[in-house]
Design a protein around this ligand. Structure first.
Ligand SMILES: C[S@@+](CC[C@H](N)C(=O)[O-])C[C@H]1O[C@@H](n2cnc3c(N)ncnc32)[C@H](O)[C@@H]1O
Length: 354
């Protein structure tokens, strides 16, 4: 080959390398990929949706399944199982991958937790690919599960400090570049769009939920905080925005699910992650769980972060005690029930302070 031809070939190669390089760095700069859910290779349609008892809509199910089939993770963690519909979707997505395994955790130890898998999709339960832990928080089980987790589905409380704490518990066990799918990231908007009757219903459900899962019998402070609805459920929106990495967002309007592909060096972001704990809390985890988390954080994080956790717990306990006192005084002070607005709009959370 002549010198001229060699130089031309070299220039052509350089052009291609530099060209592609600039495309990928441009995409990285954008920090978000809008995912066309219909184009993902999801296999969720194979499942009979009527048997799933899942708390997600079809597009969200496709997103979850499609991302699993795109990234082919080997060690998946699910936190928040309920009846097990999402566990069935995940198991179905990895059924042909011999190395892939799902570890699911639910704080609730009731018999019905995860029932969908055994009852409606027994072939998925038989694969030996699923281990279900129930009755406690993630910190209790993560050592047994081990590190190297490369995909997470997070769907628990949807109110502070719920998923913030779940994320802090699992972070030391995540592989570099792991994908975290978070559900209900738009719930605050959806709730804001409810009419008065539905908002009341949702508040009653939240109260029941907290009482059932955390044994809090006097949820007066919770009632106070949720008087006007939606700020209570903005946790997952906040978390999705805070976790550093490339965001994967369904391309349709107002998606209630999203994901982050973790960027390198997550430990550089610990201040941001622990700082989330100083946002208002809408329930107080039980003392047993606080103790388990404190030991877990001591094992994995610098003492300054453990101190942030402990101070946040102490601070919010004081807030709850103060809110209870206010609630006791409620009858003495004039209160005014205002209907929840159809959409958006700011309202005072504690009307009798007016
Ligand atoms: C919204 S449901 C999960 C729905 C399920 N992923 C689905 O799509 O069918 C929330 C579940 O999270 C569980 N949960 C709440 N807090 C938790 C925590 N800190 N750790 C584990 N599970 C939790 C609750 O017991 C409940 O079953």
């Amino acid at each position: 080959m002549s010198v001229f031809k060699r130089i031309s070939a070299l220039i052509a190669v350089l052009f291609v390398v530099v060209g592609f390089g600039s495309i990928s760095s441009h995409e990285e700069e954008a920090g978000v990929e809008y995912v066309d859910v219909e184009k993902l290779d999801s296999n969720s349609d194979e499942l009979d949706g009527s048997k799933l008892e899942i708390l997600m809509v079809q597009q969200e199910v496709k997103f979850l399944s499609g991302l699993i089939r795109r990234y082919k993770p080997k060690k998946i963690l699910e936190v928040g199982v309920c009846f097990g519909g999402s566990s069935a979707v995940i198991l179905n997505s990895i059924k042909d991958d011999e190395e892939a395994k799902l570890y699911s955790i639910d704080i609730n130890g009731e018999e019905w937790v995860g029932r969908v898998v055994q009852a409606s999709f027994p072939e998925l339960a038989k694969t030996g690919k699923w281990k279900l832990f129930k009755g406690n928080i993630a910190a209790k089980y993560l050592d047994e599960i081990g590190d190297g987790i490369d995909f997470v589905f997070l769907d628990t409380m949807h109110m502070n400090p719920g998923e913030f704490l779940d994320f802090l518990m699992m972070l030391p066990y995540l592989k570099e570049g792991a994908v975290i799918v978070i559900h209900d990231v738009m719930l605050q908007h959806l709730v804001g769009g409810l009419d008065h009757k539905h908002a009341e219903y949702l508040r009653a459900m939240c109260k029941k939920f907290i009482q059932a899962y955390f044994g809090i019998t006097d949820a007066a402070s919770l009632q106070v905080q949720t008087k006007f609805g939606y700020p209570i459920v903005s946790t997952n929106c906040t978390l999705l925005g805070t976790i550093r990495g490339k965001k994967l967002i369904p391309s349709y309007d107002l998606p209630n699910i999203g994901a982050v592909k973790l960027e390198k060096g997550q430990r550089k972001c610990l201040w941001e992650y622990f700082n989330l704990l100083i946002l208002p809390w809408f329930y107080m985890p039980g003392d047993e769980h606080i103790g388990i988390m404190e030991s877990h954080f001591k094992k994995h994080y610098d003492e300054r972060y453990v101190a942030t956790f402990k101070e946040s717990v102490a601070f919010h306990k004081e807030c709850f005690a103060a809110a209870e006192k206010l609630a006791e005084r409620k009858d003495e002070v004039k209160t005014e029930e205002k209907p929840v607005e159809k959409r958006g709009g700011w309202r005072r959370l504690i009307p009798w302070l007016d």
